[in-house]
Design a protein around this ligand. Structure first.
Ligand code: HEC
Length: 204
């Protein structure tokens, strides 16, 4: 009987070691340094303000200046962070995923499948993969639509997609459609989604 105790003790330790390797060591190896996946801070991400951010400043000079001042990496970082905060606060993630799966020909709809690398940055942690898709995946939203489209859509989705069930976010915009600070931020953030994938030069 004694040797069975020893057997189970050793087997128990073995299972622990296996689980530790599979769920801790392997994931760590696949992210940190081992595959050259450097973590990008907000400073790295916001170095060059996007063309869409610049365009918002040109189209709504006064409102933009009142909200963010001039276009530079600091104001761009502020807009991105606020955009993400509003996205989280409004639970946009409840209806939208930010994760292109490798199955069901998703790449044809949303672009190349998501990679671990593109979530290694300040704006994607904690990630917003979401669990449901009432609306489309937004992980590759950058450049799919012009700023004006996003503004019209956020004010009243049915303006541009007649059968849409997405709620209206008109309180982030003035009567004439000029964005308030949160409106600018949301559009800036949407126009950023997917950037980290391209910047790293990954191809599927
Ligand atoms: C109740 C579910 C729901 C919520 C909450 C929701 N959406 Fe949507 N969204 C949809 C649906 C459905 C569509 C597809 C129809 C349409 O384009 O309006 C959509 C479409 C979109 C699109 C267009 C994507 C494209 O390129 O076609 C964007 C961008 C978007 N949503 C952003 C947001 C943001 C930002 C929020 C939060 C402020 C949000 N959504 C909250 C359901 C939702």
């Amino acid at each position: 009987m004694e040797r069975f105790y020893t057997f189970f003790f050793v087997a128990g330790l073995g299972c622990f070691a296996l689980a530790f390797t599979l769920s801790m060591v392997f994931p760590w190896m696949s992210l940190d340094g081992y595959h050259g996946m450097d973590y990008q801070t907000m400073e790295d991400l916001a170095q060059t303000p996007s063309a869409e951010f610049v365009q918002l400043s040109e189209e709504y000079p006064e409102a933009f200046e009142a909200s963010f001042g001039a276009v530079n990496s600091e104001s761009y970082a502020e807009a991105l962070q606020l955009g993400r905060d509003v996205y989280v606060g409004q639970a946009c993630w409840h209806c939208h995923s930010q994760y292109v799966r490798v199955v069901s020909n998703e790449a044809q709809r949303f672009g190349p499948a998501s990679t671990a690398q593109e979530f290694q940055n300040a704006l994607n942690q904690p990630h917003l993969w979401g669990t449901r898709r009432v609306g489309p995946d937004l992980g590759r939203e950058k450049g799919k639509r012009p700023n004006d489209w996003h503004i019209a859509h956020l004010i009243r989705p049915k303006n541009v997609v007649p059968l849409s069930v997405m709620p209206s976010y008109d309180y982030y915009f003035e009567e004439d459609g000029t964005p308030e600070k949160e409106g600018f931020a949301l559009v800036t953030y949407l126009q950023w989604l997917g950037t980290t994938y391209e910047e790293e030069g990954n191809t599927p």
